[in-house]
Design a protein around this ligand. Structure first.
Ligand code: PAF
Length: 283
C-alpha cells in the first residue's frame, strides 16, 4: 500500500488513474480503524480498480476540544490493517495541508434542509458543517467513483447523500451495514476508550434495541421510546442522550409506525464518559 502525505502527490496519482480510466473507491476515515472500516475497504476493493482510504482527524467537526485531544490515534496499526485488507492507497494529510488559517477560524456553513435539526445536529452544534467541509474537500481531491460510509452514523450518511447532490459530485454513495462485536456492541473507534467492563455493559444497548423490534408493532411510538430508554438505563452506567424514531429518509420523528415505510430508531448513549451511537431499523 502506498502512503501519500500531501495533496500535490495525491493529485498526481489521481490524475494518472483517471487517465487510465481506472475506477476509484474511497473510504474516508479518522483512523483508529476497526472491522467496520475494513468491511468498507473490502466492499470497495470488490467494486473498484483502486481503493483509497484517508485518515484525517478533522478538527472542524469536533465541538469539544477534549474530544479532539482524546480521539484514539494509531497510524501504524491502521496502515497494517489497511494493507492486510488490500487497500491500494492511504492519504494521511496534515491539518495545514488541508485547511488554510481562515478556514480553521471561520465556521463553514452548509444548508442541511432540516437534516441537522434533529439528533446529533442538536447535541453536537456545527459537527455536520465540519463533516461536510472535510468530505467535500476530499471528494474534490479524490474524485471517487464510489465512496463508502457506515450506516452506524445514520444521520451522517443522509447528510453526505444530500451534500453529494447539492455540490453535484458524480460519486455514488454506498451505505454499508453496521458491523458489531460478538456481544452486539456496534463497532466504533470510540470503543477503544471503553474499559473491559464498560464494553460488556455497553452491549446492553443493542440487546435492548433488538428486543424493541418485537414491541414496535404492538405499542405506540411514545411508549416504545420511553420503555427502550428505561430498559437501557437499568444499567446505572448507561445514560441515554436521545432516542428518536424517525423516517429513514427525512430523519424527522414519526408520530406513528404507519407514517412511513422506512423507520429507524437512532440512539446515543453515554457509557461512563464515552459517547456511543447505534440504530435499529423497524421498517
Ligand atoms: O465518520 C467519520 O469517520 C468522519 O466523520 C468522516 C466521514 C471521515 C469525516 O471526517
Amino acid at each position: 500500500m502506498k502512503i501519500i502525505k500531501n495533496q500535490d502527490t495525491l493529485k498526481e496519482i489521481i490524475d494518472s488513474y483517471k487517465a487510465e480510466n481506472k475506477t476509484i473507491g474511497f473510504v474516508p476515515t479518522m483512523g483508529a480503524l476497526h472491522r467496520g472500516h475494513l468491511s468498507l475497504i473490502e466492499r470497495s476493493t470488490i467494486n473498484n480498480d483502486v481503493t483509497l482510504a484517508s485518515i484525517f482527524v478533522n478538527p472542524t467537526q469536533f465541538n469539544r476540544r477534549e474530544d479532539l485531544e482524546h480521539y484514539p490515534r494509531d497510524i501504524e496499526k491502521d496502515a497494517e490493517m489497511l494493507t492486510s485488507a488490500c487497500c491500494d492507497l492511504l492519504f494521511t494529510p496534515s491539518i495545514e495541508d488541508i485547511y488554510s488559517k481562515t478556514e480553521l477560524e471561520q465556521p463553514f456553513e452548509f444548508n442541511f434542509q432540516g437534516l441537522d435539526k434533529v439528533m446529533e445536529g442538536v447535541f453536537r452544534p456545527n459537527h455536520f458543517n465540519g463533516v461536510v467541509q472535510i468530505v467535500s474537500k476530499l471528494f474534490t481531491l479524490v474524485q471517487p467513483d464510489k465512496a463508502y460510509f457506515g450506516e452506524k452514523d445514520f444521520q451522517q450518511l443522509a447528510i453526505i447523500r444530500l451534500m453529494t447532490k447539492t455540490f453535484q459530485f458524480s460519486t455514488e454513495i454506498v451505505g454499508c451495514p453496521i458491523i458489531r462485536e460478538e456481544n452486539g456492541l456496534a463497532r466504533s473507534s470510540r470503543n477503544a476508550l471503553l474499559s473491559e467492563n464498560e464494553r460488556k455493559i455497553a452491549s446492553h444497548i443493542y440487546a435492548v434495541l433488538k428486543e424493541s423490534i418485537t414491541f414496535a408493532p404492538v405499542t405506540n411510538i411514545e411508549e416504545l421510546k420511553s420503555c427502550t430508554v428505561a430498559a437501557i438505563e437499568q444499567k446505572p452506567e448507561l445514560k441515554v442522550e436521545y432516542f428518536e424514531i424517525v423516517d429513514g429518509n427525512s430523519l424527522q420523528p414519526v408520530a406513528r409506525m404507519e407514517d412511513s415505510d422506512y423507520i429507524v430508531g437512532c440512539i446515543t448513549v453515554y457509557c461512563g464518559k464515552i459517547r456511543l451511537i447505534d440504530n435499529i431499523r423497524y421498517k
